[in-house]
Design a protein around this ligand. Structure first.
Ligand SMILES: Nc1ncnc2c1ncn2[C@@H]1O[C@H](COP(=O)(O)OP(=O)(O)OP(=O)(O)O)[C@@H](O)[C@H]1O
Length: 593
């Protein structure tokens, strides 16, 4: 009976907050500290996202919160802002352990959250110390990082467990000091094999510790964690305020698919990119590392430079590739989230905490960490060169675009073998064109003629990218990146902000790409294609892509719908009698080549 009453009270309060979320409340009205508001403004952020509107006041009131909101909805600031605000008010210099733990599933995410916290602290000019740990660190390094101790600790659960096991952190100090525990990407923590690690510190959490659990999707794992850590939390489910709860893909992402024979995927990718039918930056997903190199070598021959990102690369390189891509130093990134394809088939059975199963999971996990939860900045287009094997994988991939208030598009190349997955995706997101956004529809801009006009060149070049060439470049890239990684390690210790040291989109082909393949002559383009590429260029302008590159976040004039942006651009053009100042979305920014 008592439980039901508590539940009712919680439900009512959440309902009240969710109603508030649909208001256009400012950060100030949410009670956010003026220093943090100024810091956000410097980052180009002036109004909260729905999840921030609901979660921030609850967290500031000291409530335990479980927040589930779609990818890219701003969950990180939803917990970081109140966490920092709490620390601003109460810096305890005599403590024996950090006041706040932020636990995330991968090292990439540790780095991402760490960078965000450090940047907020610097912009606010407050004296808070943050430490980031990873399981590669020796006990002496861990001890050094925890000397002080820092106010905030960002780590994976495994590394925190290691600190406890090695006596680097004392359970009693945690019990005496910890005020806030945050589990970010909570839907992934258990599947990454961290259950025992989490169980190793939960007994030491003080009762007064505020616990927050953030996730993009709901799962039994999130429920399990909830039971393990939280008592009577406020459950916030905000896929879209007040809408269908399964609606986890941002509305501002236009989803397309193209039916395409498996053997023609290189050709179709070339057509979409070379004919400029999509806006940059572009993140391309493959299920296979060899295929990512094949695609890279192939595109190189046509003057399209790209970088590859996969779990095989050393950690420092991976972080640096993401930083460079985010900084706009190259436009095409080919990522392989291999384990996503293995997830269904190979993941060990749940609940087996054995060393063997942990090891196996961690291997998969490091691969998974390449993509899940990573905040790739200003990606406009996601291309599924290979279809992901699960709908959840699809949701997370597509979630790399359309972050916060920006818009984006996705194109999935679907072979006959992959039709089943497409059907599952369609069943999940819908495919009714009349329903407008948030459905997956056939890509309207790529004509058969346009594809065929490139076939001869593509097949010719495709043949030259042999298995041996792929293997050699993969090995070469790995050697380069291992070398880079060492340089990076040394360099970043003294210049953590320097991005310009190394290039990741280097050409790997032994022979320079033939110059005649760089441009597509106009006679090869049919009328529809010429119109489509003009529209994409204009849309790119209309959506302020040039500004985004410089780090501004500009809300699209068309409310975030790229197709609307296209029509807006077209009508603007016809209004001006066809003359316009066409910068064409081709950004003039410094590249590292
Ligand atoms: N209020 C805001 N206005 C504009 N941009 C924002 C706002 N809040 C966050 N962002 C930006 O939106 C992007 C996505 O935010 P974040 O990484 O927190 O999303 P997320 O919900 O954690 O996504 P995922 O589930 O994929 O990890 C980031 O680049 C962040 O800087």
């Amino acid at each position: 009976m008592a439980a039901t009453t508590t539940e009712n009270v919680l439900k009512e309060t959440v309902q009240r907050y969710e109603e508030d979320a649909s208001d256009d409340k400012s950060f100030e009205e949410l009670g956010v500290d003026a220093r943090l508001i100024r810091a956000l403004l410097k980052k180009g952020i002036d109004k909260p996202t729905p999840i921030q509107r609901v979660a921030i006041p609850l967290i500031l009131e000291g409530k335990d919160v479980v927040a589930r909101a779609k990818t890219g909805s701003g969950k990180t600031f939803a917990y970081l802002l109140p966490m920092l605000q709490k620390l601003f008010a109460n810096v305890d210099r005599k403590k024996q352990a950090p006041n706040a733990f932020v636990l995330v599933p991968t090292r990439e995410l540790c780095q991402q959250v760490y960078a965000e916290v450090v940047s907020l602290i610097e912009l606010c000019r407050v004296q808070l110390k943050v430490a980031q740990l990873n399981s590669n660190m020796q006990a002496s390094d861990l001890r050094a990082a925890l000397t002080g101790p820092p106010d905030i600790l960002i780590s994976t659960p495994a590394c925190l467990a290691k600190c406890l096991f090695d006596g680097v952190l004392q359970p009693a100090s945690i019990n005496a000091t910890l005020e806030t525990l945050i589990l970010d990407e909570a839907d992934l923590l258990l599947s990454y094999g961290y259950e025992n690690d989490i169980k190793s510190f939960t007994p030491h959490l003080p009762r007064s510790c505020q616990c927050l659990l953030m996730s993009a999707t709901s799962s039994t794992d999130v429920d399990k964690l909830k039971k393990l850590i939280l008592h009577n939390p406020f459950i916030l489910t905000l896929p879209e305020v007040g809408n269908n709860k399964d609606d986890v893909i941002p509305k501002n992402v236009q989803q397309f698919w193209i039916s395409c024979p498996a053997n023609d995927k290189l050709l179709y990718t070339l057509a979409v990119l070379k004919l400029e039918l999509v806006q940059k930056k572009v993140l391309i997903f493959t299920n296979d590392i060899d295929m990512s190199f094949r695609l890279k070598l192939f595109l190189e021959k046509f003057g399209i430079k790209s970088a590859v990102l996969n779990a095989e690369l050393p950690q420092n390189s991976r972080l640096h590739i993401i930083e460079e891509f985010n900084a706009g130093l190259f436009d095409y990134l080919i990522a392989t989230d291999v384990s996503q394809s293995k997830e269904k088939d190979e993941a060990p059975k749940e609940g087996k905490g054995s060393r063997k199963s942990r090891k196996h999971k961690l291997k998969l996990d490091s691969e998974f960490g390449v993509v899940r939860g990573i905040d790739f900045k200003n990606v406009f287009t996601v291309i599924n060169f290979d279809m992901p094997r699960s709908v959840a994988g699809y949701v997370h991939r597509i979630g790399r675009t359309g972050r916060a208030y920006s818009s984006g598009a996705s194109i999935s190349l679907v072979s006959t073998d992959e039709m089943e997955t497409l059907e599952e995706v369609k069943a999940f997101v819908g495919d009714d064109e009349n329903k407008g956004s948030n459905t997956i529809v056939e890509f309207p801009f790529l004509t058969k003629n346009a594809v065929e006009s490139l076939r001869y060149r593509a097949e010719d070049i495709g043949k030259s990218v042999t298995k041996i060439a792929v293997r050699e470049s993969r090995a070469q890239d790995l050697r380069n990146e291992i070398l880079n990684s060492e340089k990076l390690k040394a360099h970043f210790e003294s210049n953590p902000r320097d991005l310009d040291l190394l290039k990741h989109d280097k050409v790997l082909s032994k022979n320079a790409p033939p110059s005649h393949l760089r441009d597509v002559p106009n006679y090869l383009l049919d009328k529809t294609t010429q119109e489509a590429r003009k529209m994409v260029k204009l849309a790119s302008d209309a959506m302020g892509n040039n500004n985004r590159r410089k780090g501004f976040k500009k809300k699209p004039k068309t409310g975030g719908d790229p197709l609307k942006a296209i029509s807006a651009a077209v009508s603007k053009r016809s209004h001006k009698g066809g003359s316009h100042n066409n910068t064409g979305g081709r950004h003039k920014h410094k590249k590292t080549d």
